[in-house]
Design a protein around this ligand. Structure first.
Ligand code: ASP
Length: 339
């Protein structure tokens, strides 16, 4: 009898042994130009992509490359939107979401609302590789991580706690929390995520999306990042896409799936990212109703990149960074609405 577990194992093995169609047909394997990209500009791009590019350019595994790159932001306490140091939910508790997907097997894994684990994308990878499930949430995800030797740690840094406290004290005039004297609070709700996507020299595609989600969210809220097809999607014959920004809009448009399918239908990664932004604006009844932002990045199997957002960010176009045989580069995307 073939159990589901055996079935999944079997398709994984077939995928791993025969990564691309040309091998299946016994033709010569074309050497592809490897590339690794992330949804950040100069400030983060280089340090995030360096460990991944080192692995990729020395013939290491694609999944190791994207995981090590995503871990850089997850472990950095200065980044308040991903992993350790991420902004907490409305109760002051950090809850993380992450997903991973691997082209040759078309398999994926994700965790949502996981607490106390600094590197949720590494847990998502174990869900993909060491279970026959795809999505594990909350306390179950933490227990799964503990079983694999992860330490439970306090993820709320002093920096994030102070930002959260300012938000809480300024939330309402009619509750019992008072801001300090000389209060000049005018902060916008902070968001952020990182997508890391890669293509190796065989032309295989993989991706990760990892985030602490919407700051001050209702406990248990799950965004787009850990949902396959929303915050992350890829197809080994086409390429990969990942989203950041208001997750609810990406969820209700199946954003990353939409972008990859647009690429499959012939659009370039840039055109496909722009098509999603237009789609989101359309379902909201036009630009006048947009009080949020979303950004999408994509890479094709052949290494072409694309990036678009609904709005510009602080007067700048949306950016992605990539590392390829041409070195480290930053790519300026397009946006629909000027702020
Ligand atoms: N997309 C993330 C979420 O909705 C947050 C973000 O990227 O800003 O959880």
């Amino acid at each position: 009898m073939t159990t589901r577990r055996k079935f999944i194992k079997k398709i994984s093995t077939v995928g791993a042994a025969l990564p691309i169609a040309s091998q299946i047909q016994g033709k010569e394997v074309k050497k592809n130009k490897p590339i690794i990209i992330c949804s950040r500009g100069e400030q983060w791009g280089e340090k995030v992509l360096r460990p991944g590019w080192d692995i990729l350019s020395s013939g290491g595994k694609l999944l190791d490359a994207i995981e090590k790159s995503a871990n850089v932001t997850e472990l950095d306490p200065e980044d308040t939107s991903v992993g350790y140091g991420g902004l907490p939910n409305e109760h002051g508790i950090v809850q993380l979401d992450a997903s991973i997907m691997y082209g040759p097997t078309h398999n994926c894994g994700s965790v949502a609302s996981i607490e106390g684990i600094k590197t949720p994308c590494s847990v998502a990878r174990l869900v993909m590789e060491r279970t026959d499930h795809i999505h594990i949430v909350g306390p179950g995800a933490q227990k799964f991580a503990i079983a694999h030797g992860f330490k439970v740690e306090n993820l709320l840094t002093e920096k994030a706690r102070k930002i959260w406290l300012r938000w809480k004290e300024n939330l309402s005039d009619s509750d019992d929390w008072f801001p300090p004297e000389n209060n000049n609070y005018d902060e916008k709700r902070i968001t952020g995520t990182i997508n890391v996507l890669g293509v190796d020299s065989l032309g295989d595609v993989a991706g990760i999306t990892t985030t602490s989600g919407l700051a001050y969210k209702i406990p248990g809220r799950v965004g787009d990042s850990p949902i396959i097809g929303a915050g992350l999607y890829l197809d080994n014959e086409v390429g990969a896409a990942g989203a950041t920004g208001r997750g609810e809009e990406i969820l209700r448009t199946c954003g990353s799936f939409y972008v990859v399918e647009q690429m499959r239908a012939g659009k370039s990664p840039q055109e496909a990212c722009e098509a999603l932004c237009k789609r989101i604006v359309d379902i909201n009844g036009g630009t006048k109703n947009i009080d949020f932002n979303d950004k999408i990045v994509a890479v094709s199997k052949s290494g072409e990149v694309g990036c678009a957002s609904i709005k510009e960010r602080k007067g700048n176009p949306p950016k992605l960074a990539y590392w390829s045989e041409d070195g480290f580069n930053v790519y300026d995307g397009t946006y629909l609405i000027e702020e």
